[in-house]
Design a protein around this ligand. Structure first.
Ligand SMILES: Nc1ncnc2c1ncn2[C@@H]1O[C@H](COP(=O)(O)OP(=O)(O)OP(=O)(O)O)[C@@H](O)[C@H]1O
Ligand SMILES: [Mg+2]
Length: 256
């Protein structure tokens, strides 16, 4: 049983011009995600959803100025990025990074070794990755390609879920893993997330703009994210309401 607890989280982002004032993006986020739960976060562009995921993962540009993040009571903000991964946090990024010169198979084995604390036995590992790739309909030739280099948008997203299946984190943050997927890929990726939920009893924080993925991955809680904070939480019906009416009733009077 794992619990990620976020309390009154305020985050600034450093601007590329080092002399410029940092921008205040998250303005008091409270959220608790436990094993076996799926939380969906929906909100307008630029409201700070990816900032939240970066702050949890430990991106150096996103500076926590107030509040706390804990994982089973341990202070996540005190941990380095790789300590966070070892502690059981996983982030599938909205825009997965290309790593030329590092093969997918090398990358996955190195990541699995780091997270598990020992190198997976080679024969077992080959079988494990093969099965995981088959489940996600990924051609075996991808194993020898450089990480994400030249991958289509949908192929990148599929590989994020491949990592999820192999790294088996306690809590997974999926930032728009559904965006850019065709209907078949959406189903395959959703099934991958659901397998992870079942096999690992994982907790999922799913950031999305569309209710279509929520027809496959059923959220227990839906949160509306506007202007750096959660402004309303509810059950799955809240997602349908948002799809129908947009964010107007939440954004009136605030700059999203
Ligand atoms: N590194 C950065 N430098 C400058 N501004 C940034 C940086 N990162 C985020 N921001 C700004 O912070 C705000 C929140 O961005 P964020 O990416 O968190 O939004 P989002 O809710 O994920 O939006 P989307 O739905 O479009 O993905 C935006 O106005 C964005 O321009
Ligand atoms: Mg985003």
């Amino acid at each position: 049983m794992t619990t990620l607890e976020i309390r009154d989280l305020h985050v600034d982002v450093a601007q590329s011009d080092a002399d410029a004032e940092p921008i205040h993006i998250l303005k008091g986020v409270d959220l608790t995600v436990s094993s076996g739960e799926t939380h969906a976060i929906m909100g307008p562009n630029g409201s700070g959803k990816s900032t939240l995921s970066y702050a949890i993962a430990g991106h150096p540009k996103y500076v926590v100025t107030q509040g706390s993040i804990t994982l089973d009571g341990e202070d996540v903000l005190e941990m380095t990025v790789d300590e966070r991964a070892r502690a059981g946090l996983f982030l599938a990024m909205q825009y997965p990074v290309e790593v030329p010169g590092v093969s997918m198979s090398n990358f996955l084995r190195t990541a699995a070794t780091a997270v598990r604390g020992e190198a997976p036995k080679l024969r077992h590992w080959v079988k494990e990755t093969k099965e995981a790739m088959t489940e996600l309909d990924i051609d075996p030739s991808f194993a020898e390609r450089s990480v994400n280099e030249g991958f289509s948008g949908g192929e990148k997203k599929r590989h994020e879920i491949l990592q999820l299946g192999l790294l088996k984190p306690g809590i997974a943050i999926l930032d728009e893993t559904d965006s850019g997927l065709d209907v078949d890929a959406l189903r395959v990726v959703s099934e991958g997330v659901n397998r992870y939920k079942e096999r690992e009893n994982g907790g999922v924080l799913l950031i999305t703009h569309y209710t279509r993925i929520l027809r496959y991955i059923h959220p227990d809680h839906v949160h509306v994210f506007v202007n750096g904070r959660i402004v309303e939480s509810g059950g799955p019906e809240l997602a349908d309401e948002l799809e129908e009416n947009g964010y107007e009733r939440f954004t009136a009077g605030v700059r999203a």
